[in-house]
Design a protein around this ligand. Sequence first.
Ligand SMILES: [Zn+2]
Length: 282
Amino acid sequence: MPTQAMPVTPAPAGPASGPRASRRAGAKSGHTAGGGGRRRTPAKRSALLTVAVPSACVVGVAGVAAASVGGLTGSEKPAEDTTTMAAPDPASVKPVAANSKLDTQLEALSADAGDFADRASRTQERIDLRQRQDEERKRKAEEEAAKEAARPKFAIPVAQRGLSASFGQAGGMWMSVHTGIDFPVGYGTPVMAATDGTVRTQWNSAYGNMAIVTAPDGTETWYCHLSSTKIRSGKVKAGDVIAYSGNSGNSTGPHLHFEVRPGGGAAVDPLAWLRGKGLNPS
Ligand SMILES: [Zn+2]
C-alpha cells in the first residue's frame, strides 16, 4: 500500500529516494513507517483544501467542487470523515450562510409576530374586561342611587303603633309639661333612628340612658329611658336600630320617651313632626 501513494507525491530528485530507501531498510516496521512518510505530502498541495464538513453541506454547497485526487483516494482513511476537495468559491458559500442567517431572522420575526398577536389579544381581553367591569360598576352605582332615592328618610322609632302620653301633657310626672311623646313598648324593644344623621349617647338623671341623633339639618331626636344602646356614635340612617327601650332615669315603667328638637333647641310636638313627614305613630 505505501508504495501506491507514491505517484501523487511530487518526486523531488534527491530526498524522494530517502523514504523508499529507509522503508526498505526497516522493512519490519512496514506500514507505520510508510504512513509517516506519506503524511507530510498534503502540506505541499496548496491548491487543495482538506476540510471536515457535514456531507450534506458538501453536496449542497460545493459538491461539484469536491474532487479527490485519484491516487490519494485509496490510501486516505474514509473513517476520518475527511473530504478532500477544491476550495469552494467564497461567492457560492456566502449566500447560503446569509440565507441561513435570514432564515433564523425570519423565524425570530415570525415568533415575535406570534408573541405580538398573543399580547394584542390579551390586551384586548383586558380592555373588554375593564369595560365590562366599568359597566357593572356604573350599573351598581345607578342601582344604589335608585335605592337610596327610594329609601324612607324618616322613620317612626318603634314598630308598635299607639302612644301612652302626648306632647305638652301636664302632670305630676313632669317638672312642667311633657316635652315628648311616649311609646308604651316593653323592655328591650328595638329603637330606630327617626332620621339619617350622627348618633351620640349619654346619661341623664331624668332621661336615663339616652341616644341623640343629629340630622343633617341640625334637628335632634332624643330617645330616652333606654335599657341599652346599640350604636353609640357615628353615622346612622333612618330606620337603623340604634338602641333598646327600658326604664332608666325618671321613669315609672318601660316605655320609649321620644323628643324632637329642631336645631337642637326647644322641643316641638313629635307627633305633628312625624305626621309632617307622612308618618303616623298613633
Ligand atoms: Zn315621656
